[in-house]
Write a protein that binds this ligand. Structure first.
Ligand code: 16G
Ligand code: ZN
Length: 534
């Protein structure tokens, strides 16, 4: 195998002087720099699979909401979760090995981790619509061939579809089977669950879906073949920004990240006042809702809103099903969650909230501590996870009334409708649409559940972001010494003031978040904290 790896590696030389890091979203950068990284990620996938006794590992090639010339690669663990933390460091180590040391580092990892090289290794992979994808797939394939890894190429998929298929592959034929191992199986599962969850209800009005000109466009079109639309009840969907042939339009003036950061609808949207809209990102693992309110202008219904909507609906269902005392329902957020949403969950819904550092893996992990764990980042990435105990209760509890039976049936349908492996724009959209249909809500009613505190996010360029060290789920700075005390002092002067500063995990900058009672105070506080950390 050594000579095979060496020969294959020579086709994918590492750019000199470039330092790579497996970050919160895997490796991500200009696609032109990524060839050696993808090859080596293929090697890591083989090792990881062998370490886990031949379970299948997923490899996704995507750069999500980033520009078309970027690309990225990340690994998916057997149950569809993000790669285990310690393996991020091994990936980084192999990605940065000198060309002549690749085999040495590969073998040293094998030894250190006590991996039997004779165990089978299995990988499934897919990519988004970026033009650089096929060439990077070739680099991955070279690694899979060199390591004798069995593989399946799923071609174009959304990131959450690959997570789903990874879990299905590893649970096939077991009592924990997560679904049929095919893209079609994914649509069928969601389609059936949606019909069961909707119970013949219809949403109020249409929903305009902005697919960011990414892989979510064709996949949504496919999904619609499996769900009731238009005249036969169900959903009335208008798809926009679904051009995947022109590479340069991907995520350009559209998509969830554009809408969230610019706080405006994509210019291409023709939706009228009070019409529900949502935007996916480039690989369809994030979703943001919004609408134009004739009185108040653009209204964003972000990840916090989706979390609160889901928590309120599922919390009610658990009560109606007579399971409230048995099952722990909770919400997981990051420090970026609007303070008003946290208060709403704790005070109005009466549910516990846990705060974790930024990055899906932290939220997901914390959510699994609940029986029903709802987690969302404000940017629109999130889902709901159900414990084994919750699944068992939903399927075995004997209903004592028709209302209980109905609530249990809806809960069972939701466990199939929700992609429990990772945030999934397609699945999350069906979830939101189901809840709005049940409540007969327009986006206006949804928006009125609570009022966001005005907030401001600022990106601050600093000499060295690594000197900023935090604790308390990124809400408290421990270094540089004394900074937190000065920050607290500034915050104390603002009504409803809250602020924190943390080093970005994806960019060379510090991010400052501030909220306060009014727009101008939030702006003022943010700029004062930005000046403090600069
Ligand atoms: C990554 C994370 C995303 C997070 C963002 C924060 C995953 C899959 N992605 O994109 O959830 O919001 O980083 O970026 O975990 P930042 O550290 O630059 O603020
Ligand atoms: Zn994404």
């Amino acid at each position: 195998m050594d000579s095979k790896i060496l020969a294959a590696s020579s086709k994918h030389p590492k750019p000199v002087d470039h330092v790579f890091q497996y970050g919160t979203a895997g490796f991500r950068m200009k696609a032109s720099l990524l060839d050696s990284v993808v090859f080596r990620v293929g090697l890591v996938a083989a090792l990881r699979s062998r370490k886990l006794g031949g379970q299948t590992i997923g490899v996704m090639i995507t750069a999500s909401h980033n520009p078309p010339e970027d690309n990225g690669v990340k690994l998916v663990d057997p149950m569809g979760e993000m790669l285990e933390n310690s393996w991020e460091a091994y990936s980084t180590e192999l990605a940065n090995a000198k060309d002549e040391d690749v085999v040495k580092v590969y073998r040293s990892l094998e030894q250190k981790l006590k991996i039997n090289p004779d165990t089978a290794s299995r990988v499934i992979y897919a990519r988004d619509t970026r033009p650089s994808g096929p060439k990077l797939v070739q680099a991955l394939l070279d690694a899979l061939h060199a390591t004798g890894t069995e593989y399946t190429d799923y071609k174009l998929l959304t990131t959450p579809q690959l997570h789903y298929l990874t879990r299905c592959t590893n649970t096939e034929g077991t009592p924990q089977s997560y679904g049929e191992v095919s893209e079609k199986g994914y649509y069928e599962k969601l389609g059936k669950a949606f019909k069961r969850a909707m119970k013949g209800k219809k949403t109020v009005g249409s929903v305009t879906v902005d697919c960011a000109n990414g892989v979510g466009g064709p996949k949504l079109a496919e999904l619609l073949k499996y769900i009731p639309t238009g005249s036969d009840g169900g959903l009335d969907i208008k798809i926009i920004n679904d051009d995947v042939l022109k590479a340069e339009v991907l995520n350009h003036e559209c998509g969830a990240d554009y809408v969230k950061t610019k706080q405006r609808a994509p210019p291409s949207s023709k939706a009228g006042n009070n019409e529900r809209c949502c935007s996916f990102d480039g690989d369809a693992d994030r979703i943001i809702y919004y609408f134009n309110d004739p009185e108040h202008g653009f209204r964003l219904l972000d990840g916090d809103r989706i979390a609160t909507l889901a928590a309120s609906f599922i919390g009610d269902l658990a009560r109606e099903a007579g399971l409230a005392s048995e099952l722990k329902v909770g919400v997981v957020q990051t420090a970026y969650a609007n303070g008003a949403s946290t208060k709403y969950v704790e005070k109005t819904l009466g549910l516990p909230v846990v705060c974790t550092p930024t990055g899906v893996k932290w939220l997901h992990h914390a959510a699994t501590k609940f029986d029903v764990g709802v987690y969302f980042e404000a940017n629109g990435h999130g889902t709901v996870v159900f414990s084994q105990q919750a699944l068992k209760a939903f399927s075995t509890k004997e209903p004592e009334s028709p209302a209980q039976a109905s609530a249990l049936e809806t809960l069972r349908a939701l466990t199939d409708l929700i992609n429990q492996t990772v945030g999934d724009a397609l699945s999350d959209m069906l979830l939101v649409e189901t809840i709005l249909a049940h409540k007969s809500w327009t986006p206006k009613e949804w928006d009125l559940t609570y009022t966001d505190l005005p907030n401001r996010l600022v990106r601050v360029e600093v000499a060295d972001r690594n000197i900023f060290k935090t604790t308390n789920a990124e809400r408290t700075l421990v270094e540089p010494q004394g900074t937190q005390a000065r920050l607290d002092q500034l915050v104390s002067k603002f009504k409803d003031g809250r602020s924190f500063a943390r080093a970005s995990g994806t960019e060379d900058a510090v991010r400052v978040y501030a909220e306060a009672a009014t727009r101008s105070e939030a702006d003022d506080l943010a700029s004062k904290i930005a000046a403090l950390v600069k």
